[in-house]
Design a protein around this ligand. Structure first.
Ligand code: NAD
Ligand code: LMR
Length: 338
């Protein structure tokens, strides 16, 4: 045994644990990359009954990694076993989008899943559980989950837009031929869908030690307002068209970035994008799960305030908000049909 002083293990549930995102995700969590090298983990791996044999194989592989931070891996198709006393809940499991579908086409199938899992989360999880919804439509699934888990604080619910955030950084970096970590403070506003608004109006790039606004460095407003925006908006569909499967490696990496920042905090004067339950900031309907620029300190998420809006950005933000209001209303109808 090592001399390292380890913390008490945390319990992490991953839903859709037999799927492709989970297959990329589990190793990164077990290696200490996300929650820290001094943080042991017990994994609760939920999938549906027909996937239990596959899931057994995943558990064998977890054992075969011989990673010292893993203190248990529990495969299950039972909601109580899955959610009992969990500290972190990663909702990856859902029906994925196929070529030609929009993410909202998945709504009726997935809303039912998130209603029953929300109820189980409310009943069995620790009350301080940190929740991340990945399964699509991610914002609206998160809305339904939170709706059916009323005893868990609203600020503990998030959905994944970090993949879009990373895509935006990647597009700017490749355009400027710099490393992606030279680019900071991009923002994804709104829905994890083709109406999202990837916004680089406050983003900067550091080249040879000098920090410059992205708009000044790129010197092509037309590209930034058109091709850049649509490339990021449609990137998920482009990956599906090429792979015939939705993105998984990059999604798993984004999940790790999201949770690592939530756990350990963001850097000074730097923000990330996360879908959270809106408090009404930037005139977004209160209660909607909306992606905002977020700073994190001591585990507390706060929305970056007072960023400038112009007519162009306001219009894009209103458009993605409108889509989320419609999705939410459809989802509520699908769970509560009276
Ligand atoms: P996948 O089909 O490979 O895996 C999904 C797994 O979920 C399957 O094993 C399936 O059996 C399981 N599942 C289905 N219903 C379940 C239920 N009720 N309870 C527990 N498990 C259940 O799909 P994937 O590629 O891993 O993608 C998972 C989800 O993540 C999809 O909805 C996909 O669209 C979404 N996604 C979101 C983002 C994002 O940025 N927010 C990025 C990529 C993918
Ligand atoms: C993505 O953004 O890659 C995922 O949400 C998958 C999809 O449906 O686009």
């Amino acid at each position: 045994s090592s001399d390292k002083k380890l913390k008490d293990p945390i319990r992490i549930v991953i839903t859709g644990a037999a799927g492709q995102i989970a297959y990329s995700l589990i190793h990164q969590i077990c290696s200490g990359d996300v929650f820290g090298q001094d943080q042991p983990v017990i994994l609760h791996l939920l999938d549906i009954t027909p996937m239990m044999t596959v899931l057994q194989g995943v558990v064998m592989e977890i054992e075969d990694t011989s990673l010292p931070l893993v203190k248990g891996a529990i495969p299950t198709d039972d909601l109580e076993t899955a959610f009992k006393n969990v500290d972190v809940a990663l909702f990856v499991g859902a029906m994925p989008r196929k070529e030609g579908m929009e993410r909202k086409d998945l709504l009726s199938a997935n809303v039912k899943i998130f209603k029953s899992q929300g109820t189980a989360l409310d009943t069995y999880a620790n009350k301080n559980v940190k929740v991340l919804v990945v399964g699509n439509p991610a914002n609206t699934n998160c809305y339904i989950l939170a709706h059916y888990a009323p005893s868990i604080p609203r600020e503990n619910f998030t959905c994944l837009t970090r993949l879009d955030h990373n895509r935006a950084k990647g597009q700017i970096a490749s355009r400027l031929k710099v490393s992606p970590d030279a680019v900071k403070n991009v923002i994804i506003w709104g829905n994890h869908s083709s109406t999202q608004f990837p916004d680089v109006r406050s983003a900067t790039v550091t080249i040879h030690g000098k920090e410059t606004p992205v708009y000044e460095a790129v010197k092509d407003d037309n590209w930034l307002k058109n091709d850049f925006v649509s490339t990021v908006q449609k990137r998920g569909a482009a990956v599906i068209a090429a792979r015939k499967l939705s993105s998984a490696m990059s999604a798993a990496k984004a999940i790790c970035d999201h949770m690592r920042d939530w756990w350990h905090g963001t850097n000074e004067n730097e923000w990330v994008s996360m879908g959270i339950i809106s408090d009404g900031s930037y005139d977004i309907e209160k209660g909607l799960v909306f992606s905002y620029p977020i700073e994190i300190k001591n585990g507390k998420l706060s929305i970056v305030q007072d960023l400038k809006m112009d007519d162009w950005s306001r219009e894009l933000i209103d458009k993605t908000q409108k889509e989320l209001v419609e999705e939410k209303n459809d989802a509520l109808k699908a769970t509560d049909p009276e």
